[in-house]
Design a protein around this ligand. Structure first.
Ligand SMILES: *[C@@H]1O[C@H](CO)[C@@H](O)[C@H](O)[C@H]1NC(C)=O
Length: 141
């Protein structure tokens, strides 16, 4: 991470020096967009799965997911790679938890392939995938 930040700093410095008037365009090139998708794979419907995600800057809003419904949003990782989205999840009266849905230093690399971090919410926990085919339980209820 330190190496990458240093490279970015040097690169931005060089680019801004060469192209001072177009610095916002370099920003677009250097910062990439990621997507997070959370899907309700609970065993029954109802009840809905209530998901609410936010970061320090953005509130994605609360949504009641029916079975197989998805909650997704897109964002760009900030320059300092401190981007963090956390979610509350609730299912019926019995299940309730918080999960870090995207943490830049953890997920930039593992979600890089398709720029997607996928979460499948199942009876025994939150399964992560970066390719929509291999799933691993990473966070029990
Ligand atoms: C994952 O795959 C399913 C079906 O195989 C599809 O419906 C869904 O849209 C895919 N999700 C993403 C985020 O690509």
């Amino acid at each position: 991470m330190v190496t990458r930040r240093h490279c970015l700093l040097v690169l931005v410095g060089v680019l801004c020096f060469i192209f001072p008037q177009t610095s916002t365009h370099q920003e677009d090139v250097l910062v990439s967009t990621y997507h997070v998708c959370i899907i309700n794979d609970m065993p029954s419907d109802p009840p809905p799965l209530t998901v609410h995600c936010k970061s320090g800057d953005d509130d994605i809003g609360s949504k009641d997911l029916l079975l197989r419904e998805e909650y997704r949003w897109s964002f760009r990782v900030n320059f300092w790679e401190t981007t963090l989205f956390f979610c509350s999840a609730r299912w019926g009266g019995g299940k309730r938890t918080y999960i870090d849905a995207f943490v830049a230093i953890r997920d930039e690399r593992r979600c890089r392939k398709n720029r997607y971090c996928l979460w499948s919410v199942r009876e025994d926990g939150f399964y992560f995938s970066n390719d929509n085919s291999t799933w691993r339980n990473q966070h029990p209820w």
